[in-house]
Ligand binder design. Structure first.
Ligand SMILES: Cc1cc2nc3c(=O)[nH]c(=O)nc-3n(C[C@H](O)[C@H](O)[C@H](O)COP(=O)(O)O)c2cc1C
Length: 347
């Protein structure tokens, strides 16, 4: 009995990597290829992770860290930690509860979930799943069928989503070779959700940001990698930008998100909040990003491995593991809160 308990203890996931392994066991080859893969040779996919390893933290000692909080604000909203949930398509392919589970876990953890335009639950279903608890943002893909796009946005606005996140790095879907090798397709019951992704509007331009702002919610521009586009996003009224290469799934050969962060932070120059995603697997990754000027990070696959591994509980556990890692990291860095992390805390 004792031995059994010990075995059970050691096999319980204790970090995001453990959840990744669990997800690899639970998902079929079709789903795993879609969720894990990147574009082309996956150079950017790998570099997103490597960039966090290249950066080193610079801890300060003999600072009173007897009281540490991970809480911060993002676009004026209180969050329990500087870790938000990135928009991720087709979550019911990872777990039958899909986006509803993710939204409930995010709400319970006190952080923000961003719902994808390619979700397998509608904005209303997700809002209802949380009984109006929690803060949710809606990620916008602009489809050639504008009525479809506008219908989704209107529903999100009506259901209390508090920001619109325009993803700008998908005029076309990247070529993901793992998908080709497994001849990826959505399971039959989810196939209708995939139909809308066949019609991205590649004419989208900066003018459309003003159209989106017309809904009266803050607009977040996701997929910025250069100072030029950071400037333009600010000039067109973005409340925040997300430095992102779409988890290495779009243009292979672009920099790791973390490496593009400093350039964007400098160009934005305080006019908007800067968020970053891509490769975040540890609380210390969030701290490195904050030290380089990010307000918070978003997690894509880290959340997904939790969802695939153990549904709502898995997402909740991943969030709690990351929150604890941020907390411990802050204390060991000599900071009492994310607000105290500065450029001098990283090289
Ligand atoms: C399987 C998968 C699906 C995604 N779907 C979307 C999406 O629908 N909309 C979007 O803006 N970004 C999407 N992304 C990109 C994520 O929002 C985020 O930028 C990326 O996952 C961050 O990298 P990470 O997975 O290393 O955390 C997706 C990413 C993955 C891995």
């Amino acid at each position: 009995m004792d031995r059994l308990i010990r075995l059970a203890r050691v096999t319980e996931p204790i970090n995001v990597w453990d959840y990744e392994r669990l997800a690899e066991q639970r998902l079929d080859a079709n789903a795993l290829a879609y969720f894990a893969g990147g574009a082309g040779d996956e150079v950017t996919l790998r570099d997103n992770l490597a960039a966090f390893e290249r950066r080193k933290l610079r801890p300060r000692v003999l600072v009173d860290v007897s009281s540490v909080t991970t809480a911060t604000t993002v676009l004026g909203t209180d969050v329990s930690m500087p870790v938000l949930i990135a928009p991720l398509a087709f979550q019911r392919m990872a777990h039958p509860d899909g986006e509803a589970a993710t939204a409930r876990a995010a709400a319970a953890a006190g952080t923000i979930m961003c719902l994808s335009s390619a979700a397998t639950r509608s904005p209303r279903e997700v809002a209802e799943a949380c009984a109006a608890e929690g803060t949710r943002w809606f990620q916008v893909y602009v489809f050639r069928d504008r009525a479809l796009t506008e219908g989704l946005i209107a529903e999100a606005v009506e259901c209390g989503f508090t920001a619109l996140v325009l993803t700008v790095d998908v005029p076309y879907i990247g070529r993901r070779e793992r998908d080709l090798r497994v001849d990826f397709r959505l399971p039959e019951e989810l196939a209708p959700y995939g139909e809308r992704l066949k019609g991205f509007d590649a004419t989208l331009s900066w003018r459309d940001l003003e159209w989106l702002a017309g809904y009266g919610l803050p607009v977040v521009v996701k997929g910025i990698l250069t100072s030029e586009d950071a400037h333009l996003a600010c000039e067109h009224g973005a409340a925040a930008v997300v430095v992102s290469n779409h988890g290495g799934r779009q243009l292979d050969g672009v920099p790791a998100s973390l490496d593009a962060l400093a350039e964007v932070v400098e160009a934005v120059d305080g006019r908007a909040e800067v968020l970053v995603d891509g490769g975040v697997r540890r609380g210390t990754d969030a701290l490195k990003a904050i030290a380089l000027g990010a307000r918070a990070v978003l997690i894509g696959r880290a959340m997904l491995w939790g969802l695939a591994g153990a549904g709502e509980q898995g997402v909740a556990h991943v969030l709690e593991l990351l929150r604890r890692e941020v907390e411990l990291g802050l204390g060991l860095l000599g900071c009492c809160s994310p607000a105290e992390v500065t450029r001098s805390h990283v090289t």
